[in-house]
Design a protein around this ligand. Structure first.
Ligand code: GLY
Length: 369
């Protein structure tokens, strides 16, 4: 076990005022689903997509020791993450006999976790949800912390609720079937955890990219566990994003602008965050907070995991113009998470818009085809 890896697997507790819960990170964790279901629970409803169910559904079903479950399918894709889908899933639950003792199992990537969690948050004014994430991004981020929601035409996740899960079951083995592009998109979020809080994780990601990319099972389990540990700690300290939790948005302010500017079609969320991390790294240097050699290492670590799709035709001015309508903009103030060192970030507002434009322009130029 590497020296930086100081966690006790497999379980990390999220301590929220409502009810603490465990995030179990273990190869084969899916097989523990039965133990995660309370003995008094009513019917189980698995919200999933056809592709996830085809790949892993039988294992999930087998883990329930013969107990029955209903599968309700969501078509997947960001454009379907809408309240109309939540309504359709709720109607299916009612038809299949759901009541207030039912439990939702959100089994899929971040979109399924967000939408399934939101369904659980509002179905009969709230039923429990168990999160079983199947993408790297969902395992290290989206499934933990209780953020659930759906998109409006006006923007991403603009409706939703905090609804903490009963348990999060993180099984790194399911990543073996994850397409490479989606895997890389999740790896950028792992680098994010290194930059915001864990120099050891950052060094591991910078140094061991070939093993990480080859999905070496031991390393994958380590980097997922360290990311989950950080996320669980941050959410425990600040459930509703009043303070510390904002550091998880490192790279997200400009990343969200890129996603919106390209109609959520061109980039996976993790890819947009990778662009945003690059831009805030430059911004941190331009703002006099970060040494340029450290910045180069941070950008180098991102690039080690491959380039995101080309950004031709996107203008820095257009991205900067979108920052004001981000959900994280509060009373007109755009907040940025800026880096001071590997493992140390701060939240700042009132940053000179000229510097933001310049940092964005530099990033676009570096990534032009
Ligand atoms: N994905 C950021 C958060 O959960 O706060």
């Amino acid at each position: 076990m590497p020296s930086w890896y100081n966690v006790h697997m497999p379980s990390f507790q999220v301590r929220t005022p409502g009810c603490p819960y465990d995030c179990i990170v273990e190869r084969g964790a899916i097989n523990r689903l039965s133990a995660a279901v309370p003995s008094k629970a009513g019917k189980l409803f698995v919200v999933t997509t056809q592709d996830v169910w085809q790949l892993h559904g039988e294992r999930l079903r087998a883990s329930l020791d013969g107990r029955s479950l209903e599968t309700i399918f969501f078509p997947g894709k960001e454009e379907n993450k809408r309240i109309t889908q939540v309504e359709a899933l709720a109607e299916q639950m009612v038809k299949a006999g759901a009541d207030r003792t039912s439990i939702v199992i959100a089994f899929g990537g971040g979109i399924v976790g967000d939408l399934g969690g939101f369904l659980a948050a509002i179905f009969m004014r709230g039923v429990p949800v168990i999160q079983v994430p199947t993408t790297l991004l969902a395992q290290v981020d989206a499934a933990i912390g209780g953020k659930t929601g759906a998109n409006l035409v006006a923007g991403k996740n603009l409706i939703g609720a905090f609804h903490q899960p009963l348990t999060v079951l993180v099984d790194p083995d399911v990543l073996a079937t994850l397409p490479e592009r989606e895997y890389r998109a999740g790896l950028y979020e792992v680098i994010k955890y290194g930059v915001i809080s864990s120099p050891g994780l950052f060094e591991r990601m910078a140094r061991d990219a070939p093993k990480v990319m080859a999905k070496d099972p031991a390393i994958v389990e380590e980097i997922v566990a360290e990311s989950v540990r950080i996320k669980a700690e941050v959410v425990s300290a600040d459930e509703k994003e009043g303070g510390l939790r904002r550091i998880l948005n490192y790279g997200h302010t400009i990343g969200h602008a890129l996603e919106a500017e390209t109609d959520y079609q061109q980039f996976l969320h993790g890819e947009a965050v990778a662009f945003g991390m690059r831009a805030v790294t430059h911004l941190s240097v331009l703002n006099g907070m970060l040494d340029s050699t450290v910045a180069a290492r941070m950008i180098g670590a991102i690039d080690t995991y491959g380039r995101i799709p080309a950004l031709d035709g996107i203008r820095a001015e257009a991205l900067v113009a979108r920052l004001g309508s981000d959900k994280k903009t509060i009373q007109g103030k755009v907040h940025f998470v800026l880096a001071e060192a590997v493992g140390k970030v701060v939240v700042r507002s009132g940053i000179d818009p000229g510097l933001v434009r310049e940092a964005t322009r530099m990033s676009l130029e570096e990534l032009a085809a």
